[in-house]
Design a protein around this ligand. Sequence first.
Ligand SMILES: CC(C)(COP(=O)(O)OP(=O)(O)OC[C@H]1O[C@@H](n2cnc3c(N)ncnc32)[C@H](O)[C@@H]1OP(=O)(O)O)[C@@H](O)C(=O)NCCC(=O)NCCS
Length: 200
Amino acid sequence: MTLEGYPRDLTCKDGTTLTVRPVEARDKDALLAFYRELPEEDRLFLRDDVTSQLWADRFMASIDYETVIPLLAVTADQEIVANGTLYRTLHGWTRHVAEVRLAVARPYQRRGLGTAMLRELVRVATSHGVEKIVASVVDNQVGAIRAFEKRGFHREAVLKGHVKDIRGHKRDLVIMANDVSHIWEAMAAMVADYSPTLGG
Ligand SMILES: CC(C)(COP(=O)(O)OP(=O)(O)OC[C@H]1O[C@@H](n2cnc3c(N)ncnc32)[C@H](O)[C@@H]1OP(=O)(O)O)[C@@H](O)C(=O)NCCC(=O)NCCS
C-alpha cells in the first residue's frame, strides 16, 4: 500500500524539520506509545480509548489508505509526534464527506504542527475526491477549535450533552466543517483545461 506524494518534509514554525508519512504496520507499538504519552487532558475527549492494545490492533487492521487514511509526523529518529487520520466511506449518502481526527504530542504543540497536519490531510482528502471535511470537537477544546478554524473549518452544528469524558462528565459536541469542494472543482477544471480533447 502506498499514498501518493509521501513521505514529505514539513517544517514547524520554530524551524524543526519533520517527515510526514502514512502509518505503516511497523508503527503499531510506537503509535500506542505516542497516545499513552499524551496527557489525560488531551485524551479526555478522544472518541476511542487510544491507549489500549485492542484499539491499536483494530486501528492497524482498518488501514487501507482509501477509507482509513492515517498520516504521521515523525522526527529524524522516527519518534511519532503527531497523528492525523481521515475516515470516509466509499458508498452511501456521505461518500463525499471525510472525518478528520488529529493529535499532536505535547512538546510539539503550539509550533504550527496541528495546522500543518491539517493542511496535509485536506490535501489528501481533496486528492481522494472528498468535498467536505468534518471534525468533532468538544466545546471546551479551545485550542482544537482555533486550530481547525485556522485551516478554514467553521462551527456547523452543536450536539448538546452529546459526549461524556473519560470521567463521565457530559459536554456539548461541536461539529466543525470545511467545504473543500471548490478545491476539488478547481482541480477538475485544471485537468479539463489540459485535456487534448477539449478547448479545440
Ligand atoms: C488540537 C491540536 C491538534 C492542535 O495542535 P497544535 O500543533 O498545537 O496546533 P497549532 O500549533 O497549529 O495551533 C494552531 C492555533 O490553534 C490555537 N491553539 C492551539 N493550541 C491552543 C491552546 N492550547 N490554547 C489556545 N489556543 C490554541 C492557536 O490559535 C494556534 O495558533 P497560534 O499558535 O499561531 O496562536 C492539539 O492541541 C492536540 O493534539 N490536542 C489534543 C487532541 C485533540 O483535542 N484533537 C482534536 C479533536 S480531533
